[in-house]
Design a protein around this ligand. Structure first.
Ligand code: FES
Ligand code: FES
Length: 191
């Protein structure tokens, strides 16, 4: 990571400092990317504007809708709430990286089979979030409604709804989204 101090910048004359730019490297969907960003750039804008990966959607830009969910180092986060420069050298998986060539990720396939979307705007975030959520459940992480913290997690409809509550769908495809995620959770649980 490299700071770039521009000695020709003297601010705007009223005490505000000029923007500072920084170079960073991100591993996006397995590919290394070097980019230079204004240090105030969110990860979401770096993906969409700098890397032209527009699969990750901007809904609210305030951490309230989940449309921008990506996986960073395997954990789901809202890309609109984090600065790109905080992720130097880290691995980022977006919806563009979920399929393996022509083979869809099981969650993508299940969303198709269960009709888990209408306009599709929330869907990249729903799918990335569901992937992160399934990993959390597999690791035994409880949710707000888990009663027995010592037992392994059972992904009931209520558990899935609670764990996916950060991902809003304005088309209200929720029943089919839950069904799709439950299909994948069930398939993963089978020996
Ligand atoms: Fe990030 Fe809505 S765009 S949470
Ligand atoms: Fe339209 Fe979810 S499918 S917002």
């Amino acid at each position: 990571m490299k700071f770039e101090h521009r000695t020709d910048d003297v601010g705007d004359g009223v005490g505000r400092l000029p923007p500072e730019r920084m170079q960073l490297q991100l591993q996006v969907n397995g590919q290394p990317h070097r980019l230079e960003v204004d240090t105030r750039t969110t990860l979401l804008d770096a993906l969409r504007e700098n890397l032209c990966m527009t699969g990750t959607k901007k809904g609210c830009d305030h951490g309230q809708c989940g449309a921008c969910t990506v996986l960073v180092e395997g954990r789901r986060i809202n890309a609109c709430l984090t600065l790109a420069v905080m992720h130097e050298g880290q691995s980022v998986i977006t919806i563009e990286g979920m399929a393996q060539g022509e083979t869809l990720h099981p969650l993508q396939q299940a969303f198709l089979e269960r009709d888990g979307f209408q306009c599709g705007y929330c869907t990249p975030g729903q799918i990335c979030s569901a992937a992160g959520m399934l990993a959390e459940a597999k690791a035994g992480m409880p949710s707000h409604i888990t009663r027995d913290l010592g037992a392994s997690v059972t992904l009931t409809d209520a558990e899935i709804r609670e764990r996916m509550s950060g991902n809003l769908c304005r088309c209200s495809a929720y029943p089919n989204i839950v069904a799709a995620i439950k299909d994948v959770a069930g398939a993963e649980a089978r020996p």
